[in-house]
Design a protein around this ligand. Sequence first.
Ligand code: NDP
Length: 256
Amino acid sequence: MSEAAGRLAGRTALVTGAGRGIGRAIALLFAREGAEVAVVDRDAALAEAVAGEIAAAGGRAFAHDADVSDEAAMQALAASIGRRTDRLHALVNNAGIVRRRHFKRLTRADWDAILGTNFIGAVQCTRSFLPLLRGAAGASVVNIASITVRQEGVRLSAYAASKGALESLTRSLALDLGRDGIRVNYISPGFIRTDMTERYMSKWLFRKYLKYRLPIGRPGAPEDVAKAALFLASSDSDYMTGTGLVVDGGLTLRAI
Ligand code: NDP
């Protein structure tokens, strides 16, 4: 791939949780648009596979295995990437987990795991990469939140709280980091077909319900979210900060 081609040509990007699902689609699209991509996942083999796919298509990528909830690991990752480049143009805080349980059954360990990955993971990742983000002209942080912030899902209290905190953090960081030339925005995906959601799709009644709820008539694909992430990471959105894009096919429109 020529360096001059693409909306992220000459840029560097890092995507967490990029071994599969939405993160993988973002990493592949960013690479296709000319970025050099750090593919980060806690599963080394998955990260390697995605970086390999990018390289096979003529793009540039490096695989890194790191757990975003591990502060020391994130600092080590930033130090390692910092030895190769002094700038990071786009950081996508995508790594996330869900444990669908009633509030009564969620343990303290569940809360720690969910908030530790979905919220503290994004805090740590952004903190660790701040010097590299500050070194890049037009840097952009994209946080992957969720529609559950506004339209709560049943048995999702810890997950929704973690995403609500992430959305709120986005606005605060946009204020705190604006003068450093860093924009911070979020995406709220609706129902996107990935390993995280696939078990619901096997239920006929759920598929019927989803069809009724979705004016666009189909569940989302990871690539639908990736396109929004590309927009927020690129200069096409350079007057946007502290805000979000809902990518839900209209799922949240219907009241009853
Ligand atoms: P998947 O479960 O398909 O993929 C998530 C990836 O993140 C996996 O590769 C996973 O690794 C990795 N990951 C999880 N925890 C960590 C961690 N602590 N450190 C590093 N990597 C980690 O999820 P999706 O692609 O569906 O979701 C991506 C993001 O989008 C999440 O933040 C999710 O909350 C959000 N989202 C998804 C929606 C959907 O409908 N799919 C809707 C709204 C939001 P491993 O294989 O080890 O688990």
